[in-house]
Design a binder for this molecule. Structure first.
Ligand code: ADP
Ligand code: AMP
Length: 210
């Protein structure tokens, strides 16, 4: 069983949704750089102020900023973890490699139109980071988190224009990591356009095989 995992893929592919399911089932820590940055913005910290301008326009936050976050978190994890949304550049991947050994990288493959549809309908819990979708996976009570009742929010970068920019950024800066990890023998590709349960099963297969 592989327990030091990276979830790689374009925005909206379902990485966060699956990371929550897999982390819970296998008792892994989840390190989501996007959640950490949004939390910093919410608290109005120096990190948040620095990150916000990049996030608002669909660009990546500078490598040195996210590498510092990763380094801090990775030292506090138990035996197993899922890193969700990091690395996103070759420089970040090299940094990660120097920090810890990764055992499997799950690549979420999905066509652009599905990503945009999913993202514009995404709603998130500000308290526990649970992810919903107005069409595919609505909460039991409209606008409220099933787990803690908090008011769900629509991320400011989840509007269509910024979403398309983020997908472009993915292809320019992050997609080279697919080859990078393939050549290291770590990559497992899943069909992210399938339903949540089917994608979970593909991931479980990928982390249970040698
Ligand atoms: P990512 O972390 O890759 O950006 P999320 O996990 O936040 O993606 O999912 C994006 C949106 O798509 C959310 O609204 C989520 O509820 C929905 N979603 C996730 N996985 C699936 C799936 N397999 N089928 C349909 N909708 C999904
Ligand atoms: P996410 O929550 O993964 O969709 O990330 C939201 C935004 O946070 C991205 O569009 C980036 O601006 C920023 N971000 C998250 N993770 C990283 C990372 N590893 N490198 C650079 N920017 C990141």
């Amino acid at each position: 069983m592989k327990t030091r995992l990276v979830f790689l893929g374009p925005p909206g592919a379902g990485k966060g949704t699956q990371a929550i399911v897999i982390a819970k089932k296998y008792h892994l820590a989840r390190i989501a750089t996007g959640d950490i940055l949004r939390d910093a913005i919410g608290r109005g910290s120096a990190l948040g102020l620095k990150a916000k301008e990049f996030m608002d326009r669909g660009d990546l936050v500078p490598d040195d900023v996210v590498n510092a976050i990763l380094k801090d978190k990775i030292h506090n994890t138990p035996d197993g973890f899922i890193i969700d949304g990091y690395p996103r550049t070759i420089e970040q991947a090299n940094f990660l490699q120097s920090a810890i050994e990764i055992q499997r990288v799950i690549y979420f493959d999905a066509p652009e139109e599905i990503l945009v549809q999913r993202i514009v309908n995404r709603r998130v819990c500000p308290v526990c980071n649970a992810v919903y979708n107005k069409l595919e996976n609505p909460p039991a009570v409209e606008g409220k988190c099933d787990l803690d009742g908090a008011e769900l929010f629509h991320r400011t970068d989840d509007i269509e224009e910024v979403t398309r920019e983020r997908i472009k950024t993915f292809w320019q800066k992050t997609a080279p990591l697919v080859d990078y990890y393939f050549h290291k023998g770590l990559l497992a590709k899943v069909s992210a356009e399938r339903n949540v349960g089917e994608v979970t099963a593909e991931i479980e297969f990928a982390i249970q095989t040698e």
